[in-house]
Design a protein around this ligand. Sequence first.
Ligand code: 5RP
Length: 221
Amino acid sequence: MDQNQLKQAVAKAAIDYIQPKLEADTIVGVGTGSTANYFIDYLAQIKGLFDGAVASSEASAERLKSHGIPVYDLNTVDRVLVYVDGADETNPNKQLIKGGGAALTREKIVAAVAEEFVCIADESKWVETLGAFPLPVEVIPMARSHVGRALLKLGGNPVYRQGVVTDNGNIIIDLHGLAITDPVALETEINQIVGVVCNGLFAARPADVLLLGGAEGVKQF
Ligand code: 5RP
């Protein structure tokens, strides 16, 4: 199977995982990216089994709506049963790097609200130590240089992601070249830099369940 087929397989596995939990009033949290897109397309096939979704990006909201799945503002829902999303990297503790698609802040908000976070990824995302994938940091535009200098002091190489504006109107700096041995500490430290909105480490709140697709099928961790 190629990478896209693996992404499809984990998206389908996520449907099989959540389907028995769905009720008529269930709100499903939906992530962003190509793996999440496969999940949305499968979710459309069972849209009669739940109420609707909250989305972690405008792109996912549009895709959900195009399938006729109601999309709610997060502030109007009492409960998000489960959040399903991809990742750029996962370690064995289900701590993640996310934000390759620049949706990290909304992704982290929906993950924080959801009762369960199910991460879906192909095996290329599995690492022992996070950091080979550059860590995305969402930054208020006027703080770009200040945050860049502060990130440099952490020992990495910050690179401004040219031409990208997040759904929140901010910019992304990708932090290259860090071997992240203490993800919770680094997540906290970067969040303390004035001008940082959010960083792509999902370590303080890791995934609860990881569905990892490989040559031998989908494994659940
Ligand atoms: C978007 C994300 C995605 O989950 C991550 O980039 C993985 O994307 P894909 O499923 O396309 O490989 O964090 O901000």
